[in-house]
Write a protein that binds this ligand. Structure first.
Ligand code: ATP
Ligand code: MG
Length: 422
């Protein structure tokens, strides 16, 4: 019986990896410009870390985590909790009060797999810890937008504020009151959420719930003065930076730790999956996890699978591997001769390919074409005797003799010069 991969766990095949690398390279380049440093984290953490940060009554912790119950450990469903755990454990703030960090890697959530929704998926996660100014919020959103733009993607940005522990409880009371009066119209999940996590009702995807909350009180009307000023300044800064956004007072996000600014980059090109990246502020979380007091933070996570899908749909990327040179060696002596030469070319940094199976010239030329080689060097018994191979420019089909005199280093250098000067 053939063994297949687990449902929701996907192989990323070489053709796709080219896109992934493009995404990661672009992200790293953007992060360099914004002074963000990479941190690499384990994928297993104590279950308690996620329960305490993401929140017991969230979908992720309630039903989506891969937990080894007997060992009390969980495959991370997101990166922020792990990153803050590491930040606190190593006292990173002592050296540098404001830390700009990013990490890239797999996350695990047990949800129903579909297009753009997997059980092992990958995120690019960025966090700025130790700064509370509204400009930081705007800067992070502008960075996310720049990254998406440089990847050639157009997405929209929605922004909300969730207030703080000072103003949210009041809002929560108003909202629960509103929901209690309309309990019959809510879905089963939202009936439960009204008690466990009422804000989540606001972003329920079900049509009836959506209609029902249209007239619910708005969190933006309940913000305390500080939160209100902060949010106004964030919006002003976004405008100054030329970042287009839309207010969405229903955006709640599925993690309990958010305070104040929350945001989401959305697309209409991925069917049911609209969220490309999402994030927000978490000003109380570090203290809640046993870290220093009054250390604010903000971050976002971007899903690489969704980015890759969007980029594939655009078909704007050349992903083919392209060899610099293919050596078509005909006959055993030529094959033996070509081995050291191809190794020399690789040492010099060229992408060089050859085939050892002594196939016909026609077959080897076909293979050279498949590798996308820019040049092919043909070496047969006769060429060896005359110390002169044939170098074919695969683009303009011109052929010229190539001298096989001298050492393999000399021949390698000559080929390298010829190819790199083209
Ligand atoms: P969704 O609303 O699609 O479930 P989410 O609110 O759970 O997304 P976050 O937890 O904020 O998403 O994660 C940030 C990003 O990670 C998302 O915008 C998305 O691009 C990606 N992501 C989240 N869950 C998955 C998944 N199961 N498969 C693929 N990508 C995912
Ligand atoms: Mg989700």
């Amino acid at each position: 019986m053939k063994i297949k991969a687990i449902n929701g766990f996907k192989d990323i095949l070489p053709d796709e990896v080219a896109i992934w690398q493009q995404i990661e390279t672009t992200a790293r380049d953007i992060f360099r410009r914004f002074g963000m440093r990479e941190i690499r984290l384990p994928i297993l953490e104590k279950t308690e870390l996620f329960a305490r940060s993401i929140g017991e009554a969230t979908d992720i912790v309630e039903k989506e985590m891969y937990t080894f119950v007997d060992k009390g450990i969980t495959l991370r469903p997101e990166a922020t909790a792990s990153l803050l755990r590491a930040f606190i454990e190593h006292g990173l703030h002592v050296k540098q009060p404001v830390q700009r960090l990013f990490t890239i890697g797999p996350m695990f959530r047990h949800e129903r797999p579909q297009k753009g929704r997997l059980r092992q998926f990958h995120q690019i996660d960025t966090e700025i810890i130790g700064a509370m100014e509204p400009q930081i919020d705007a800067e992070l959103m502008a960075m996310g937008q720049l990254l998406l733009t440089e990847l050639g993607l157009t997405v929209s940005l929605e922004v909300n504020s969730l207030g703080c522990p000072k103003c949210r409880p009041d809002f929560r009371t108003h909202l629960v009151h509103y929901l209690n009066e309309r309990m019959d119209g809510l879905c089963e999940d939202c009936k439960r959420r009204t008690i466990t996590n009422p804000l989540r009702v606001l972003d329920c995807k079900k049509r009836d719930c959506k209609a029902l909350v249209q007239d619910a009180p708005s969190i933006l009307d309940s913000l305390c003065t500080d939160c209100d000023l902060h949010f106004a300044a964030v919006q002003k800064q976004l405008e100054l930076l030329g970042v287009t956004y839309k207010l969405n007072r229903f955006m709640v996000r599925g993690l309990d730790y958010y305070t104040r600014t929350t945001f989401e980059f959305l697309t209409t090109d991925l069917g049911a999956q609209s969220s490309v990246a999402a994030g927000g502020r978490y000003d109380g979380l570090i203290e809640q996890l046993g870290g220093p007091k009054n250390l604010p933070g903000i971050g976002f996570a971007m899903g690489i699978e969704r980015l890759a899908l969007l980029m594939q749909q655009k078909e704007n990327i050349a992903v083919a591997v392209q060899a610099d040179i293919f050596i078509a060696a005909l006959g055993d002596t030529a094959i033996a001769y070509s081995g050291p030469l191809i190794h020399q070319l690789r040492k010099l940094g060229l992408q060089a390919a050859m085939d050892y199976s002594n196939r016909s010239l026609k077959a080897q030329m076909k293979q050279a074409g498949r590798t996308g080689a820019r040049f092919t060097l043909i070496i047969g018994e006769q060429e060896l005797e005359q110390h002169e191979g044939i170098l074919r420019n695969m683009q303009n089909k011109k052929q010229e003799p190539f001298s096989l005199q001298g050492t393999v280093e000399q021949q390698g250098n000559q080929l390298n010069d010829l190819i790199t000067s083209e």
